[in-house]
Design a protein around this ligand. Structure first.
Ligand SMILES: Cc1cc2nc3c(=O)[nH]c(=O)nc-3n(C[C@H](O)[C@H](O)[C@H](O)COP(=O)(O)OP(=O)(O)OC[C@H]3O[C@@H](n4cnc5c(N)ncnc54)[C@H](O)[C@@H]3O)c2cc1C
Length: 374
């Protein structure tokens, strides 16, 4: 079976990997170079930030992130020479208002990644001596949480897919039309009018997905939500854990880079970083780890999260079409939901037993919002 995948971010790339594993051939399209949009810009925390604030459907996909990425890292490394560094630092959360609910959530979710305990000041200092102990006297600690080096992850998958005999690439190729006849997609065309044909068509177009509303006769409520990020360089393994307070976080990489983020703004497709947001992020992160201010700020950037109304992505067959599929709307959690989203999509296309109950992700939900449009 030949599958066209439109959009080569983490969602499209993971979908491609899973479909190839099942013997399909794949053609990947991206309007720019592959892996340069939200999936590059993100932080790579392998869990929703406060799991109890998210629907069960988001956590159900995210819980597969660490083991699936570990498998892929092993599988791809011999071909790519790239280790995408699944860094098991654990996460400290300082929001006192969330302690009780976070701890009871951990009790009811018996899986290792969701296990949390309350740390007193002495224990907190022992686990992360860089935290300002005059301000933060306790924390909840998710010891099993990891982060992934997402730019390397993308590089690794792209390198693997570029040498794969059943993959064809079209980068800098913006797909503008899905050509439909009698309930079947029979081709897609790019902005220059070139036609491409496949058996199945998959839309993994992230924050740009609303573009398809008119052609599909559906109201696709996916909006770009800008997030900005700062990058510091500290000595190797300088910050021992991820830290989070009031939705701002620090993510240490093994080589001493520390990512700080992130903001949330609806400003269309604008990805220019601003000094005002830099100050907000700096203030929140330096409040947690004051010594960070002594190290160089090496980069600032912005990316566009593909928001969906409830944070639950649309994964499955597009209503009213026999051979077109959605895998978009992952909002703040596309890197952690990515591997299971790709697997679920491949299983649905190939009519296999799905990794999770597919109902909550079914794009049939789009019909409800579309009644409003008509
Ligand atoms: C600052 C920030 C921090 C984040 N931190 C985390 C985190 O710690 N953990 C986590 O799990 N998630 C995080 N996220 C969210 C995560 O990055 C996104 O949910 C995820 O990257 C979405 O992946 P995607 O493949 O759907 O979209 P994208 O990576 O945006 O890919 C979509 C691709 O489709 C292409 N495309 C669109 N339209 C067309 C077209 N018509 N023709 C051809 N190509 C097209 C685009 O060029 C793009 O390459 C963060 C996001 C941001 C911005």
């Amino acid at each position: 079976m030949h599958i066209a995948i439109i959009g080569a971010g983490i969602t499209g790339l993971m979908s491609a990997l899973e479909l190839l594993e099942q013997g399909c051939s794949v053609t990947l399209f991206d309007q720019q170079a592959a892996g340069q949009a939200a999936s590059w810009a993100g932080g790579g925390i392998l869990s929703p930030m406060y799991p109890w604030r998210y629907p069960a459907a988001v956590n159900a996909l995210a819980r597969h992130a660490k083991p699936l990425y570990q498998d892929w890292n092993q599988k791809l490394q011999p071909f790519t020479g790239i280790d995408f560094q699944i860094h098991e630092t654990g996460m400290l959360i300082f929001d006192e208002s969330d302690f009780e609910i976070g701890l009871s959530y951990a009790k009811t979710h018996q899986e290792p990644q969701q296990q949390a305990k309350l740390l007193d000041q002495a224990k907190l200092q022992q686990i992360n001596p860089k935290v300002d102990n005059s301000k933060f006297k306790q924390a909840i600690y998710f010891s099993e949480l990891a982060n992934i080096r997402n730019p390397r992850l993308l590089q690794s998958i792209i390198r693997y897919l570029k040498q794969h005999p059943r993959v064809t690439w079209h980068e800098d190729c913006k797909i503008t039309r899905l050509n439909i006849q009698q309930g079947r997609a029979n081709s897609i065309s790019d902005e220059h009018g070139r036609l491409f044909q496949a058996d199945q068509y998959v839309f993994t177009t992230g924050a740009w997905s609303q573009y398809w509303s008119q052609q599909l006769g559906l109201e696709i409520p996916v909006q770009p939500v800008q997030g900005q990020m700062l990058l510091f360089k500290t000595p190797e393994n300088w910050l021992p854990t991820m830290c989070m307070n009031k939705v701002m976080y620090l993510i240490p990489r093994p080589d001493g880079h520390v990512l700080c983020g992130s903001s949330m703004r609806q400003v269309g497709f604008d990805t220019s970083p601003s000094s005002e947001i830099r100050q907000d992020i700096l203030q929140a992160c330096i409040e947690m780890v004051p010594e960070l201010a002594d190290f160089p700020l090496v980069k600032q950037w912005a990316g566009l999260r593909p928001s969906s109304p409830d944070g639950i992505p649309y994964i499955g067959k597009i209503p009213k079409l026999q051979n077109a599929w959605a895998n978009f709307g992952h909002f703040r959690n596309g890197l952690c939901m990515g591997p299971a989203s790709g697997k679920l999509l491949a299983q649905l296309i190939l009519e296999q037993t799905p990794i999770v109950d597919p109902v909550p992700y079914d794009p049939v939900r789009l019909l409800e919002s579309s009644h409003l449009m008509l």
